[in-house]
Ligand binder design. Sequence first.
Ligand code: ADP
Ligand code: MG
Length: 344
Amino acid sequence: MEKRTEIDELGEFGLIERIQSKVETYNPETIKGIGDDSAVIKSGEQVMLVSSDLLLEGVHFDLSYMPIQHLGYKSVVVNASDIAAMNGIAKQVTVNLGLSSRISVEAVDKFYEGVNSACKNYKLDLVGGDTSSSPAGLIISVTAMGVADPKEVSYRSGARDKDIICVTGDLGGAYTGLQVLEREKQVFLSNPEMQPKLEGYDYIVQRQLKPEARIDIIHELKELGIVPTSMIDVSDGLASDLLHITHQSSVGARIFEDKLPIDQLTYQVAVEFKLDPITCVLNGGEDYELLFTISQGDFEKVEKHPDIHFIGYVEKDSKEVGLVTKNEQWVPISAQGWNHFQKD
Ligand code: ADP
Ligand code: MG
């Protein structure tokens, strides 16, 4: 009998590595293929960056609490974020849709209101796509294309010894926001008369429903003359995404619990849900902040930046990646995201 391996055994990242190991490239213009936030393709004096993401109903979103215009917005943002994660600026997007019979023309209009609003905010041009019917719920796939100077591209693999690990904004909000939305959905399902109670949770619900890509940071770093030695956007969670950087850079890393940026509401809601706030920060995901490393020499230039947090540093000789807790304990960071094929 032929061997059958379940996808769960490999996990999402194992499967991608397997695909990557069997791929050959035939064009010298392909500078970076599979394995980073975007592909990097030589285009004259510049490089073109390309990134795709797939969003499936029932896996990545639930239309019972995700307004469809937000879904349009988010599907563009997550791709613009992957271009930013290469230290590039997204310029164009294509949008592919698989539409189930539940989706009306008016719903498609609303979806494109969100797409167009994201395109306006990020100065992106929607240049094409494809449309089909779908027997299995709404399917959205967006591809973003961007540009960068080849000398300024930040790969996951560039982290060097003693580099400072930086993260923008705050983390864990999108995850705790999702917990609130799921709870209100359960309340609504058990009693449709009940209206969801989202007051007071605005910030974290917004983090889940309408995230933003940190293009602002890319522009600011450029103005400051900083090229991050490595970079990734936080889509799977800080732990998993930091491991992508350390793994691909062949380095270890040490981050500090008391340096992790967490919003007060995120903290409160984590406690309300009996979750450890630090676990939400480490494994939450979907915050679309930027995680990057800079060389020590660049530290002074960003030291006072209100939205960049210095959470630790790279250690070349150690192959370990860990968190130093408030009481000085070393907790190894494991790849929580590694085997969540079902979730992602
Ligand atoms: P991100 O979270 O930044 O979107 P992913 O983990 O989705 O990154 O993807 C990592 C890398 O694997 C990217 O280079 C992506 O293009 C590539 N990749 C993912 N799925 C496939 C696939 N089915 N075939 C080829 N490449 C893939
Ligand atoms: Mg990414």
